[in-house]
Design a binder for this molecule. Structure first.
Ligand SMILES: C[S@@+](CC[C@H](N)C(=O)[O-])C[C@H]1O[C@@H](n2cnc3c(N)ncnc32)[C@H](O)[C@@H]1O
Length: 601
Protein backbone atom coordinates (compact mmCIF):
# COMPACT_ATOMS: atom_id res chain seq x y z
CA UNK A 1 0.00 0.00 0.00
CA UNK A 2 2.77 2.40 1.05
CA UNK A 3 4.73 1.42 -2.06
CA UNK A 4 1.71 2.21 -4.20
CA UNK A 5 1.36 5.65 -2.62
CA UNK A 6 5.07 6.31 -3.22
CA UNK A 7 4.78 5.33 -6.90
CA UNK A 8 1.72 7.49 -7.29
CA UNK A 9 3.38 10.51 -5.65
CA UNK A 10 6.48 9.93 -7.76
CA UNK A 11 4.49 9.69 -11.00
CA UNK A 12 2.52 12.81 -10.09
CA UNK A 13 5.77 14.70 -9.50
CA UNK A 14 7.12 13.50 -12.86
CA UNK A 15 3.94 14.63 -14.56
CA UNK A 16 4.22 18.08 -12.91
CA UNK A 17 7.86 18.33 -14.01
CA UNK A 18 6.75 17.39 -17.52
CA UNK A 19 4.05 20.11 -17.54
CA UNK A 20 6.63 22.64 -16.40
CA UNK A 21 9.23 21.52 -18.93
CA UNK A 22 6.93 21.20 -21.93
CA UNK A 23 4.39 23.98 -21.37
CA UNK A 24 6.06 26.25 -18.80
CA UNK A 25 3.22 25.76 -16.28
CA UNK A 26 4.67 25.44 -12.81
CA UNK A 27 2.14 23.83 -10.50
CA UNK A 28 4.62 23.16 -7.70
CA UNK A 29 3.01 25.90 -5.60
CA UNK A 30 -0.44 24.27 -5.71
CA UNK A 31 -1.75 21.98 -3.00
CA UNK A 32 -0.92 18.42 -4.01
CA UNK A 33 -4.23 16.92 -2.84
CA UNK A 34 -6.28 19.33 -4.97
CA UNK A 35 -3.94 18.96 -7.95
CA UNK A 36 -4.02 15.21 -7.80
CA UNK A 37 -7.83 15.16 -7.59
CA UNK A 38 -8.20 17.55 -10.53
CA UNK A 39 -5.77 15.60 -12.71
CA UNK A 40 -7.46 12.34 -11.80
CA UNK A 41 -10.73 13.86 -12.93
CA UNK A 42 -9.26 14.42 -16.42
CA UNK A 43 -7.72 10.94 -16.36
CA UNK A 44 -11.15 9.46 -15.72
CA UNK A 45 -12.59 11.44 -18.65
CA UNK A 46 -10.05 9.99 -21.05
CA UNK A 47 -10.03 6.58 -19.34
CA UNK A 48 -6.36 6.56 -18.38
CA UNK A 49 -5.50 4.68 -15.16
CA UNK A 50 -2.23 6.23 -13.88
CA UNK A 51 -0.34 9.54 -13.87
CA UNK A 52 2.42 7.89 -15.92
CA UNK A 53 -0.05 6.77 -18.59
CA UNK A 54 -1.64 10.19 -18.56
CA UNK A 55 1.75 11.77 -19.31
CA UNK A 56 2.03 9.46 -22.35
CA UNK A 57 -1.48 10.43 -23.33
CA UNK A 58 -0.58 14.14 -23.19
CA UNK A 59 2.45 13.56 -25.37
CA UNK A 60 0.29 11.97 -28.05
CA UNK A 61 -2.72 14.30 -27.65
CA UNK A 62 -1.47 17.87 -27.17
CA UNK A 63 -5.06 19.17 -27.18
CA UNK A 64 -5.53 17.53 -23.82
CA UNK A 65 -3.28 20.22 -22.25
CA UNK A 66 -6.04 22.81 -22.62
CA UNK A 67 -8.60 20.50 -21.04
CA UNK A 68 -6.20 19.72 -18.20
CA UNK A 69 -5.34 23.36 -17.45
CA UNK A 70 -9.02 24.31 -17.52
CA UNK A 71 -9.69 21.58 -15.00
CA UNK A 72 -6.80 22.52 -12.71
CA UNK A 73 -7.47 26.26 -12.73
CA UNK A 74 -10.90 26.03 -11.23
CA UNK A 75 -12.59 29.24 -12.28
CA UNK A 76 -15.80 29.18 -10.34
CA UNK A 77 -16.87 32.78 -9.86
CA UNK A 78 -19.89 35.08 -9.80
CA UNK A 79 -20.84 38.72 -9.55
CA UNK A 80 -20.95 39.97 -5.94
CA UNK A 81 -19.74 36.62 -4.67
CA UNK A 82 -20.53 36.48 -0.90
CA UNK A 83 -22.77 39.60 -1.02
CA UNK A 84 -22.31 40.65 2.68
CA UNK A 85 -18.53 40.88 2.13
CA UNK A 86 -19.15 43.24 -0.82
CA UNK A 87 -21.56 45.26 1.33
CA UNK A 88 -18.77 45.66 3.86
CA UNK A 89 -16.36 46.72 1.11
CA UNK A 90 -18.86 49.31 -0.13
CA UNK A 91 -19.81 50.67 3.27
CA UNK A 92 -16.81 49.96 5.48
CA UNK A 93 -13.76 50.14 3.21
CA UNK A 94 -14.34 52.32 0.15
CA UNK A 95 -15.36 55.44 2.17
CA UNK A 96 -12.08 55.19 4.15
CA UNK A 97 -10.11 54.53 0.98
CA UNK A 98 -11.57 57.66 -0.61
CA UNK A 99 -11.09 59.74 2.56
CA UNK A 100 -7.33 58.99 2.62
CA UNK A 101 -6.98 59.51 -1.10
CA UNK A 102 -6.37 62.76 -2.98
CA UNK A 103 -9.14 63.31 -5.52
CA UNK A 104 -6.67 64.20 -8.28
CA UNK A 105 -4.60 61.02 -7.83
CA UNK A 106 -5.48 57.80 -9.67
CA UNK A 107 -7.12 55.12 -7.57
CA UNK A 108 -5.49 51.82 -8.42
CA UNK A 109 -7.25 48.50 -7.87
CA UNK A 110 -5.94 45.01 -8.62
CA UNK A 111 -8.25 42.04 -9.03
CA UNK A 112 -5.80 39.12 -8.90
CA UNK A 113 -7.20 35.78 -10.12
CA UNK A 114 -10.18 37.50 -11.75
CA UNK A 115 -11.35 34.38 -13.68
CA UNK A 116 -13.97 35.29 -16.30
CA UNK A 117 -14.25 38.92 -15.13
CA UNK A 118 -17.27 38.93 -12.81
CA UNK A 119 -15.07 40.18 -9.95
CA UNK A 120 -13.47 43.25 -11.63
CA UNK A 121 -16.86 44.28 -13.08
CA UNK A 122 -18.34 43.97 -9.57
CA UNK A 123 -15.54 46.25 -8.30
CA UNK A 124 -16.24 48.74 -11.08
CA UNK A 125 -19.97 48.84 -10.24
CA UNK A 126 -19.27 49.19 -6.51
CA UNK A 127 -16.85 52.06 -7.08
CA UNK A 128 -19.12 53.75 -9.61
CA UNK A 129 -21.93 53.62 -7.06
CA UNK A 130 -19.62 55.34 -4.54
CA UNK A 131 -18.05 58.06 -6.71
CA UNK A 132 -20.20 58.26 -9.84
CA UNK A 133 -19.53 57.27 -13.45
CA UNK A 134 -17.49 60.32 -14.42
CA UNK A 135 -15.13 60.06 -11.45
CA UNK A 136 -14.71 56.35 -12.15
CA UNK A 137 -13.72 57.06 -15.75
CA UNK A 138 -11.37 59.87 -14.76
CA UNK A 139 -9.78 58.46 -11.65
CA UNK A 140 -9.99 54.68 -11.38
CA UNK A 141 -7.82 52.00 -12.97
CA UNK A 142 -8.78 48.39 -12.27
CA UNK A 143 -6.07 45.93 -13.23
CA UNK A 144 -7.60 42.46 -13.59
CA UNK A 145 -5.29 39.49 -14.00
CA UNK A 146 -5.43 35.73 -14.19
CA UNK A 147 -3.32 32.82 -15.38
CA UNK A 148 -6.05 31.31 -17.51
CA UNK A 149 -6.07 32.80 -21.02
CA UNK A 150 -9.47 31.35 -21.91
CA UNK A 151 -11.06 32.90 -18.80
CA UNK A 152 -9.36 36.23 -19.61
CA UNK A 153 -10.77 36.16 -23.15
CA UNK A 154 -14.30 35.84 -21.73
CA UNK A 155 -13.54 38.57 -19.19
CA UNK A 156 -12.34 40.97 -21.90
CA UNK A 157 -15.59 40.58 -23.82
CA UNK A 158 -17.61 41.49 -20.73
CA UNK A 159 -20.77 39.89 -22.10
CA UNK A 160 -22.79 37.71 -19.72
CA UNK A 161 -25.95 35.62 -19.84
CA UNK A 162 -29.05 36.48 -17.79
CA UNK A 163 -28.23 33.48 -15.67
CA UNK A 164 -24.72 34.79 -14.86
CA UNK A 165 -26.21 38.19 -14.01
CA UNK A 166 -28.83 36.87 -11.63
CA UNK A 167 -26.66 37.82 -8.59
CA UNK A 168 -26.47 41.46 -9.74
CA UNK A 169 -29.25 43.67 -8.33
CA UNK A 170 -31.70 44.52 -11.10
CA UNK A 171 -31.12 48.26 -10.77
CA UNK A 172 -27.39 47.76 -11.37
CA UNK A 173 -28.02 45.50 -14.39
CA UNK A 174 -30.19 48.25 -15.89
CA UNK A 175 -27.60 50.90 -15.12
CA UNK A 176 -24.36 49.15 -16.09
CA UNK A 177 -25.24 46.61 -18.79
CA UNK A 178 -26.49 46.97 -22.35
CA UNK A 179 -28.00 44.37 -24.68
CA UNK A 180 -25.29 42.71 -26.73
CA UNK A 181 -25.00 39.67 -28.97
CA UNK A 182 -24.99 36.67 -26.70
CA UNK A 183 -26.34 38.44 -23.59
CA UNK A 184 -25.77 41.70 -21.76
CA UNK A 185 -22.47 43.60 -22.11
CA UNK A 186 -20.80 45.85 -19.55
CA UNK A 187 -21.09 49.50 -20.60
CA UNK A 188 -18.15 50.25 -22.97
CA UNK A 189 -17.46 53.74 -21.52
CA UNK A 190 -16.88 52.23 -18.06
CA UNK A 191 -15.30 49.07 -19.42
CA UNK A 192 -12.28 51.21 -20.44
CA UNK A 193 -11.37 51.63 -16.74
CA UNK A 194 -10.59 47.91 -16.53
CA UNK A 195 -7.34 46.57 -17.95
CA UNK A 196 -7.10 42.80 -18.32
CA UNK A 197 -3.78 40.99 -18.45
CA UNK A 198 -2.13 37.67 -17.76
CA UNK A 199 -0.22 37.48 -14.48
CA UNK A 200 1.01 34.37 -12.73
CA UNK A 201 0.84 35.10 -9.02
CA UNK A 202 3.60 32.59 -8.34
CA UNK A 203 6.07 33.61 -11.02
CA UNK A 204 5.36 37.18 -12.12
CA UNK A 205 6.15 40.51 -10.51
CA UNK A 206 3.22 42.17 -8.76
CA UNK A 207 1.49 45.37 -9.90
CA UNK A 208 2.61 48.21 -7.64
CA UNK A 209 1.13 51.24 -5.83
CA UNK A 210 -2.21 49.54 -5.33
CA UNK A 211 -4.94 51.07 -3.17
CA UNK A 212 -7.24 48.06 -3.12
CA UNK A 213 -6.03 44.54 -3.81
CA UNK A 214 -8.84 42.02 -4.32
CA UNK A 215 -7.66 38.41 -4.43
CA UNK A 216 -10.56 36.18 -3.52
CA UNK A 217 -10.70 32.39 -3.48
CA UNK A 218 -7.30 32.01 -5.13
CA UNK A 219 -4.77 31.66 -2.29
CA UNK A 220 -6.53 28.61 -0.94
CA UNK A 221 -5.28 26.55 -3.89
CA UNK A 222 -1.63 27.21 -3.02
CA UNK A 223 0.68 25.54 -0.52
CA UNK A 224 1.50 27.56 2.63
CA UNK A 225 4.99 28.31 1.19
CA UNK A 226 3.57 29.64 -2.09
CA UNK A 227 0.96 31.64 -0.16
CA UNK A 228 3.75 33.21 1.92
CA UNK A 229 5.65 34.26 -1.23
CA UNK A 230 2.53 35.71 -2.84
CA UNK A 231 1.61 37.59 0.33
CA UNK A 232 5.08 39.15 0.50
CA UNK A 233 4.48 40.44 -3.04
CA UNK A 234 1.03 41.68 -2.08
CA UNK A 235 2.60 43.52 0.85
CA UNK A 236 4.98 45.15 -1.58
CA UNK A 237 2.19 45.88 -4.10
CA UNK A 238 0.02 47.80 -1.66
CA UNK A 239 0.41 51.46 -0.77
CA UNK A 240 0.80 52.07 2.98
CA UNK A 241 -2.87 53.08 3.13
CA UNK A 242 -4.00 50.15 0.95
CA UNK A 243 -6.48 47.37 1.72
CA UNK A 244 -6.33 43.68 0.89
CA UNK A 245 -9.69 41.93 0.31
CA UNK A 246 -9.59 38.12 0.39
CA UNK A 247 -12.19 35.39 -0.03
CA UNK A 248 -14.27 33.76 2.68
CA UNK A 249 -11.98 30.71 3.06
CA UNK A 250 -8.83 32.81 3.45
CA UNK A 251 -8.13 33.99 6.98
CA UNK A 252 -4.45 34.90 6.77
CA UNK A 253 -3.82 33.81 10.32
CA UNK A 254 -0.18 32.94 9.84
CA UNK A 255 1.01 36.18 8.25
CA UNK A 256 0.64 38.79 10.96
CA UNK A 257 4.05 40.25 10.07
CA UNK A 258 2.73 41.26 6.63
CA UNK A 259 -0.94 42.04 7.16
CA UNK A 260 -3.13 42.91 10.12
CA UNK A 261 -6.87 42.26 10.10
CA UNK A 262 -9.13 45.22 9.47
CA UNK A 263 -12.20 43.02 9.52
CA UNK A 264 -11.53 39.35 10.03
CA UNK A 265 -15.22 38.58 9.43
CA UNK A 266 -15.12 40.02 5.91
CA UNK A 267 -11.47 39.14 5.24
CA UNK A 268 -10.26 42.70 4.85
CA UNK A 269 -6.62 43.31 5.83
CA UNK A 270 -4.17 46.20 6.01
CA UNK A 271 -0.51 46.27 5.22
CA UNK A 272 1.94 46.03 8.15
CA UNK A 273 5.17 48.03 7.87
CA UNK A 274 8.25 46.40 9.24
CA UNK A 275 6.23 44.64 11.93
CA UNK A 276 7.55 41.55 13.61
CA UNK A 277 5.35 39.01 15.22
CA UNK A 278 8.01 37.84 17.63
CA UNK A 279 7.49 41.15 19.43
CA UNK A 280 4.42 39.49 20.81
CA UNK A 281 6.75 37.76 23.26
CA UNK A 282 8.16 41.03 24.54
CA UNK A 283 5.89 41.27 27.53
CA UNK A 284 7.59 38.34 29.24
CA UNK A 285 10.82 40.32 29.80
CA UNK A 286 10.04 42.95 32.44
CA UNK A 287 11.75 46.30 32.35
CA UNK A 288 15.31 46.12 33.68
CA UNK A 289 15.05 49.39 35.62
CA UNK A 290 12.28 47.88 37.71
CA UNK A 291 14.20 44.74 38.45
CA UNK A 292 17.45 46.46 39.55
CA UNK A 293 16.67 49.49 41.72
CA UNK A 294 19.49 51.93 42.38
CA UNK A 295 18.92 51.97 46.17
CA UNK A 296 19.45 48.28 46.96
CA UNK A 297 17.61 47.06 50.12
CA UNK A 298 14.66 44.73 50.10
CA UNK A 299 14.14 45.01 46.41
CA UNK A 300 17.75 43.92 45.80
CA UNK A 301 17.17 40.91 47.99
CA UNK A 302 14.03 40.13 46.05
CA UNK A 303 16.01 40.45 42.82
CA UNK A 304 18.55 37.97 44.17
CA UNK A 305 15.78 35.41 44.71
CA UNK A 306 14.04 36.12 41.43
CA UNK A 307 13.21 33.08 39.22
CA UNK A 308 14.74 35.04 36.35
CA UNK A 309 18.55 34.70 36.04
CA UNK A 310 20.00 38.21 36.52
CA UNK A 311 23.52 39.59 36.30
CA UNK A 312 24.89 43.11 36.91
CA UNK A 313 28.03 44.44 35.24
CA UNK A 314 29.52 47.83 36.11
CA UNK A 315 30.80 50.46 33.70
CA UNK A 316 34.38 49.12 33.99
CA UNK A 317 33.25 45.73 32.76
CA UNK A 318 33.43 43.99 36.13
CA UNK A 319 30.86 41.43 37.18
CA UNK A 320 29.29 42.98 40.27
CA UNK A 321 26.27 40.79 40.92
CA UNK A 322 24.68 37.51 39.83
CA UNK A 323 21.54 36.17 41.55
CA UNK A 324 21.14 32.59 42.58
CA UNK A 325 19.37 31.57 39.47
CA UNK A 326 22.15 33.06 37.27
CA UNK A 327 24.87 31.41 39.34
CA UNK A 328 23.20 27.98 39.08
CA UNK A 329 22.38 28.32 35.41
CA UNK A 330 25.71 29.67 34.15
CA UNK A 331 28.14 28.23 36.69
CA UNK A 332 29.13 31.62 38.21
CA UNK A 333 30.93 31.25 41.53
CA UNK A 334 31.47 33.76 44.34
CA UNK A 335 35.10 34.19 43.19
CA UNK A 336 33.86 35.43 39.76
CA UNK A 337 32.22 38.46 41.42
CA UNK A 338 34.45 41.54 41.03
CA UNK A 339 36.36 40.00 38.13
CA UNK A 340 36.18 41.08 34.47
CA UNK A 341 32.88 39.95 32.99
CA UNK A 342 34.55 39.07 29.71
CA UNK A 343 36.45 36.25 31.49
CA UNK A 344 33.18 34.61 32.44
CA UNK A 345 31.76 32.08 29.88
CA UNK A 346 28.28 33.63 30.23
CA UNK A 347 29.64 36.72 28.42
CA UNK A 348 29.64 34.79 25.13
CA UNK A 349 27.42 31.76 25.79
CA UNK A 350 24.46 31.25 25.23
CA UNK A 351 24.83 34.56 23.28
CA UNK A 352 27.40 37.30 22.83
CA UNK A 353 26.10 39.72 25.44
CA UNK A 354 29.21 41.97 25.48
CA UNK A 355 28.33 43.59 22.15
CA UNK A 356 24.70 43.89 23.38
CA UNK A 357 26.02 45.78 26.47
CA UNK A 358 28.02 48.11 24.19
CA UNK A 359 24.92 48.79 22.08
CA UNK A 360 22.77 49.39 25.18
CA UNK A 361 25.32 52.00 26.43
CA UNK A 362 25.52 53.56 23.01
CA UNK A 363 21.78 53.75 22.38
CA UNK A 364 20.92 54.38 26.04
CA UNK A 365 18.07 51.89 25.86
CA UNK A 366 17.49 48.22 26.59
CA UNK A 367 18.60 45.74 23.92
CA UNK A 368 16.72 42.50 23.59
CA UNK A 369 18.16 39.26 22.17
CA UNK A 370 15.32 36.96 21.18
CA UNK A 371 14.93 33.24 20.68
CA UNK A 372 18.38 32.37 21.99
CA UNK A 373 18.88 28.60 21.99
CA UNK A 374 20.62 27.22 25.08
CA UNK A 375 21.23 23.80 26.61
CA UNK A 376 20.73 24.08 30.41
CA UNK A 377 23.01 22.28 32.95
CA UNK A 378 20.56 19.36 32.99
CA UNK A 379 21.05 18.98 29.20
CA UNK A 380 17.61 20.30 28.18
CA UNK A 381 17.10 22.51 25.13
CA UNK A 382 15.80 25.90 26.26
CA UNK A 383 14.83 29.13 24.55
CA UNK A 384 15.85 32.36 26.25
CA UNK A 385 15.15 36.02 25.84
CA UNK A 386 18.02 38.13 27.09
CA UNK A 387 17.40 41.74 27.93
CA UNK A 388 20.41 43.99 28.42
CA UNK A 389 19.42 47.30 30.05
CA UNK A 390 21.85 50.20 30.71
CA UNK A 391 21.69 51.58 34.26
CA UNK A 392 22.17 55.33 33.78
CA UNK A 393 23.67 57.71 36.33
CA UNK A 394 22.35 61.21 37.02
CA UNK A 395 24.91 62.63 34.58
CA UNK A 396 23.36 60.43 31.85
CA UNK A 397 26.49 58.31 31.82
CA UNK A 398 26.04 54.52 32.23
CA UNK A 399 26.80 53.19 35.70
CA UNK A 400 26.66 49.71 34.39
CA UNK A 401 24.23 47.23 32.84
CA UNK A 402 21.74 44.69 34.06
CA UNK A 403 21.21 41.45 32.21
CA UNK A 404 18.04 39.34 32.54
CA UNK A 405 17.88 35.84 31.08
CA UNK A 406 14.20 34.93 30.76
CA UNK A 407 13.38 31.31 30.01
CA UNK A 408 10.55 31.46 27.43
CA UNK A 409 10.79 27.83 26.33
CA UNK A 410 7.29 26.89 27.40
CA UNK A 411 5.78 30.03 25.97
CA UNK A 412 7.69 29.75 22.68
CA UNK A 413 6.63 26.12 22.29
CA UNK A 414 3.09 27.06 23.11
CA UNK A 415 3.22 29.87 20.57
CA UNK A 416 4.70 27.51 17.97
CA UNK A 417 2.04 24.88 18.70
CA UNK A 418 -0.62 27.53 18.55
CA UNK A 419 0.65 28.86 15.23
CA UNK A 420 0.94 25.34 13.83
CA UNK A 421 -2.59 24.47 14.97
CA UNK A 422 -3.97 27.67 13.45
CA UNK A 423 -2.09 27.05 10.22
CA UNK A 424 -3.44 23.49 10.10
CA UNK A 425 -6.90 24.79 10.77
CA UNK A 426 -6.50 27.38 8.07
CA UNK A 427 -5.25 24.71 5.65
CA UNK A 428 -8.08 22.35 6.51
CA UNK A 429 -10.58 25.13 6.05
CA UNK A 430 -9.08 26.12 2.72
CA UNK A 431 -8.99 22.49 1.65
CA UNK A 432 -12.65 22.19 2.56
CA UNK A 433 -13.52 25.28 0.59
CA UNK A 434 -11.53 24.23 -2.47
CA UNK A 435 -13.15 20.79 -2.34
CA UNK A 436 -16.42 22.62 -2.11
CA UNK A 437 -15.61 24.63 -5.22
CA UNK A 438 -14.57 21.46 -7.02
CA UNK A 439 -17.88 19.94 -6.08
CA UNK A 440 -19.62 23.03 -7.39
CA UNK A 441 -17.83 22.62 -10.73
CA UNK A 442 -18.58 18.90 -10.81
CA UNK A 443 -22.17 19.68 -9.97
CA UNK A 444 -22.37 22.20 -12.78
CA UNK A 445 -20.82 19.64 -15.13
CA UNK A 446 -23.32 17.03 -13.99
CA UNK A 447 -26.14 19.46 -14.50
CA UNK A 448 -25.04 20.20 -18.02
CA UNK A 449 -24.60 16.48 -18.74
CA UNK A 450 -28.06 15.99 -17.34
CA UNK A 451 -29.40 18.71 -19.60
CA UNK A 452 -27.69 17.05 -22.57
CA UNK A 453 -29.22 13.72 -21.59
CA UNK A 454 -32.63 15.33 -21.33
CA UNK A 455 -32.24 16.85 -24.79
CA UNK A 456 -31.14 13.48 -26.17
CA UNK A 457 -34.07 11.86 -24.44
CA UNK A 458 -36.46 14.29 -26.05
CA UNK A 459 -34.86 13.67 -29.43
CA UNK A 460 -35.20 9.92 -28.89
CA UNK A 461 -38.84 10.34 -27.91
CA UNK A 462 -39.62 12.27 -31.06
CA UNK A 463 -37.75 9.68 -33.18
CA UNK A 464 -39.73 7.02 -31.36
CA UNK A 465 -43.00 8.80 -32.16
CA UNK A 466 -42.00 9.00 -35.83
CA UNK A 467 -41.09 5.31 -35.82
CA UNK A 468 -44.42 4.41 -34.26
CA UNK A 469 -46.28 6.35 -36.94
CA UNK A 470 -44.19 4.65 -39.64
CA UNK A 471 -44.80 1.28 -37.99
CA UNK A 472 -48.55 1.67 -38.02
CA UNK A 473 -48.36 2.74 -41.68
CA UNK A 474 -46.27 -0.34 -42.45
CA UNK A 475 -48.81 -2.51 -40.61
CA UNK A 476 -51.66 -1.05 -42.60
CA UNK A 477 -49.75 -1.68 -45.81
CA UNK A 478 -48.84 -5.21 -44.71
CA UNK A 479 -52.52 -5.99 -44.14
CA UNK A 480 -53.34 -4.59 -47.58
CA UNK A 481 -50.50 -6.62 -49.09
CA UNK A 482 -51.69 -9.84 -47.39
CA UNK A 483 -55.12 -9.24 -48.77
CA UNK A 484 -53.68 -8.66 -52.26
CA UNK A 485 -51.58 -11.82 -51.99
CA UNK A 486 -54.57 -13.89 -51.04
CA UNK A 487 -56.45 -12.37 -53.94
CA UNK A 488 -53.72 -13.27 -56.44
CA UNK A 489 -53.17 -16.70 -54.93
CA UNK A 490 -56.91 -17.32 -55.38
CA UNK A 491 -56.67 -16.30 -59.02
CA UNK A 492 -53.54 -18.38 -59.65
CA UNK A 493 -54.96 -21.54 -58.09
CA UNK A 494 -58.27 -21.16 -59.89
CA UNK A 495 -56.59 -21.03 -63.30
CA UNK A 496 -56.24 -24.83 -63.43
CA UNK A 497 -52.79 -24.60 -65.05
CA UNK A 498 -49.36 -24.74 -63.44
CA UNK A 499 -47.99 -21.20 -63.21
CA UNK A 500 -44.25 -20.65 -62.75
CA UNK A 501 -42.91 -17.10 -62.75
CA UNK A 502 -39.15 -16.58 -63.12
CA UNK A 503 -37.05 -13.45 -62.64
CA UNK A 504 -34.44 -12.29 -65.16
CA UNK A 505 -31.97 -14.92 -64.11
CA UNK A 506 -34.47 -17.72 -64.01
CA UNK A 507 -35.02 -17.85 -60.27
CA UNK A 508 -38.48 -18.95 -59.24
CA UNK A 509 -40.72 -16.15 -57.92
CA UNK A 510 -44.18 -17.74 -58.15
CA UNK A 511 -45.15 -21.44 -57.98
CA UNK A 512 -48.89 -21.96 -57.73
CA UNK A 513 -50.91 -24.82 -56.24
CA UNK A 514 -51.40 -26.55 -59.62
CA UNK A 515 -47.57 -26.61 -60.11
CA UNK A 516 -47.29 -28.25 -56.68
CA UNK A 517 -49.98 -30.75 -57.65
CA UNK A 518 -48.24 -31.54 -60.98
CA UNK A 519 -44.54 -31.59 -59.96
CA UNK A 520 -44.67 -32.55 -56.28
CA UNK A 521 -42.74 -29.59 -54.78
CA UNK A 522 -44.27 -26.99 -52.41
CA UNK A 523 -43.82 -23.24 -53.11
CA UNK A 524 -41.49 -22.86 -50.10
CA UNK A 525 -39.22 -25.63 -51.48
CA UNK A 526 -38.66 -23.87 -54.80
CA UNK A 527 -38.84 -20.20 -53.82
CA UNK A 528 -35.76 -18.33 -55.20
CA UNK A 529 -34.20 -21.43 -56.72
CA UNK A 530 -32.94 -21.64 -60.30
CA UNK A 531 -35.53 -23.47 -62.42
CA UNK A 532 -32.76 -25.37 -64.22
CA UNK A 533 -31.62 -26.94 -60.92
CA UNK A 534 -34.97 -28.57 -60.17
CA UNK A 535 -35.16 -32.34 -60.38
CA UNK A 536 -38.82 -32.75 -61.35
CA UNK A 537 -40.90 -34.60 -63.98
CA UNK A 538 -40.92 -31.48 -66.19
CA UNK A 539 -37.76 -31.63 -68.40
CA UNK A 540 -36.64 -28.13 -67.48
CA UNK A 541 -33.40 -28.32 -69.53
CA UNK A 542 -35.51 -28.62 -72.69
CA UNK A 543 -37.20 -25.36 -71.83
CA UNK A 544 -33.98 -23.48 -71.03
CA UNK A 545 -33.39 -21.96 -74.49
CA UNK A 546 -36.96 -20.89 -74.99
CA UNK A 547 -36.99 -19.22 -71.57
CA UNK A 548 -33.67 -17.48 -72.29
CA UNK A 549 -35.00 -16.12 -75.62
CA UNK A 550 -38.17 -14.74 -74.07
CA UNK A 551 -36.04 -13.11 -71.36
CA UNK A 552 -33.65 -11.39 -73.76
CA UNK A 553 -36.60 -10.39 -76.00
CA UNK A 554 -35.36 -12.29 -79.05
CA UNK A 555 -38.51 -14.45 -79.16
CA UNK A 556 -42.16 -13.88 -78.47
CA UNK A 557 -44.45 -16.27 -76.60
CA UNK A 558 -43.87 -19.96 -77.47
CA UNK A 559 -45.90 -23.07 -77.04
CA UNK A 560 -44.66 -26.66 -77.14
CA UNK A 561 -45.75 -30.14 -76.33
CA UNK A 562 -43.37 -32.19 -74.29
CA UNK A 563 -43.38 -35.49 -72.50
CA UNK A 564 -43.43 -35.09 -68.72
CA UNK A 565 -43.87 -37.24 -65.61
CA UNK A 566 -46.22 -36.12 -62.84
CA UNK A 567 -45.59 -36.40 -59.09
CA UNK A 568 -47.11 -39.89 -59.05
CA UNK A 569 -44.63 -41.10 -61.67
CA UNK A 570 -47.21 -41.21 -64.48
CA UNK A 571 -46.02 -40.00 -67.90
CA UNK A 572 -48.25 -37.54 -69.67
CA UNK A 573 -48.18 -35.07 -72.58
CA UNK A 574 -47.73 -31.56 -71.35
CA UNK A 575 -48.54 -28.28 -73.04
CA UNK A 576 -45.95 -25.68 -72.09
CA UNK A 577 -46.46 -21.97 -72.85
CA UNK A 578 -43.62 -19.56 -72.23
CA UNK A 579 -43.96 -15.77 -72.38
CA UNK A 580 -42.09 -12.70 -71.28
CA UNK A 581 -43.35 -10.48 -68.45
CA UNK A 582 -43.11 -6.77 -69.23
CA UNK A 583 -43.54 -3.54 -67.33
CA UNK A 584 -46.00 -0.95 -68.68
CA UNK A 585 -43.07 0.68 -70.37
CA UNK A 586 -42.33 -2.58 -72.17
CA UNK A 587 -39.19 -3.59 -70.27
CA UNK A 588 -38.81 -7.34 -69.63
CA UNK A 589 -38.54 -8.17 -65.95
CA UNK A 590 -39.17 -11.93 -66.01
CA UNK A 591 -40.78 -14.83 -67.70
CA UNK A 592 -43.92 -16.95 -67.08
CA UNK A 593 -44.27 -20.67 -67.79
CA UNK A 594 -47.74 -22.20 -67.92
CA UNK A 595 -48.00 -26.00 -67.85
CA UNK A 596 -51.10 -28.10 -68.34
CA UNK A 597 -51.70 -31.76 -69.22
CA UNK A 598 -52.88 -32.34 -72.78
CA UNK A 599 -56.24 -34.04 -72.74
CA UNK A 600 -57.53 -36.12 -75.61
CA UNK A 601 -60.89 -34.34 -76.04
C1 LIG B 1 -11.93 30.04 -7.90
S1 LIG B 1 -11.37 31.24 -9.05
C2 LIG B 1 -11.69 32.73 -8.19
C3 LIG B 1 -12.25 33.82 -9.06
C4 LIG B 1 -12.62 35.10 -8.34
N1 LIG B 1 -11.51 35.72 -7.74
C5 LIG B 1 -13.75 34.85 -7.34
O1 LIG B 1 -13.50 34.81 -6.15
O2 LIG B 1 -14.89 34.69 -7.78
C6 LIG B 1 -9.60 31.05 -8.99
C7 LIG B 1 -8.89 31.73 -10.13
O3 LIG B 1 -7.50 31.75 -9.83
C8 LIG B 1 -6.78 31.61 -11.04
N2 LIG B 1 -5.40 31.16 -10.78
C9 LIG B 1 -4.99 29.93 -10.44
N3 LIG B 1 -3.64 29.91 -10.35
C10 LIG B 1 -3.21 31.17 -10.63
C11 LIG B 1 -1.94 31.78 -10.69
N4 LIG B 1 -0.83 31.10 -10.44
N5 LIG B 1 -1.87 33.08 -11.03
C12 LIG B 1 -3.00 33.78 -11.29
N6 LIG B 1 -4.23 33.27 -11.24
C13 LIG B 1 -4.33 31.97 -10.91
C14 LIG B 1 -7.60 30.57 -11.80
O4 LIG B 1 -7.33 30.61 -13.19
C15 LIG B 1 -9.03 31.01 -11.46
O5 LIG B 1 -9.54 31.87 -12.43
Amino acid sequence: MEGQIDTKAHELQELLDYLKGSRGFDFSGYKKATLSRRIEKRMASVAVPSFGDYQDYLEVNPREFTELFNTILINVTSFFRDPPAWDFLAEGVIPRLLRDHAADKPLRVWSAGCASGEEPYTIAMTLAEAIGDEALKAQVKIYASDLDDAALATARQGVYSNDALKTVPEALVDKYFEPNTGGLGFRPDLRRSIIFGRNDLIADAPISRIDLLVCRNVLMYFTPEAQARILERFNFALKPTGFLFLGKPEMLIAHGELFSPDSLTWRVFRKVHGGNRREALAFVAPDAEERFPRDGGVRVAAGALSPVAQIVVDHRGLLVEANRRARDAFGISESDIGRPFQDSPVSYRPADVRSAIDRAYEQKRPIRLESVRWVDPAGHDRILEIEVAPVMGTDSEPLGASLAFVDVTALARLAEDYQRARRELENAYEELQSTNEELETTNEELQSTNEELETMNEELQSTNDELETMNSEVNTRAVALDRLNLFFEGILSSLGVGVIVLDRIQRIQVWNATSEELWGLRPDEVDGRDLRDLDIGLPVRELEDAVARTLDGSAGPTEQHIEAVNRRGQAFGCLVRIMALRTRAGDIYGSMILTSPITNE
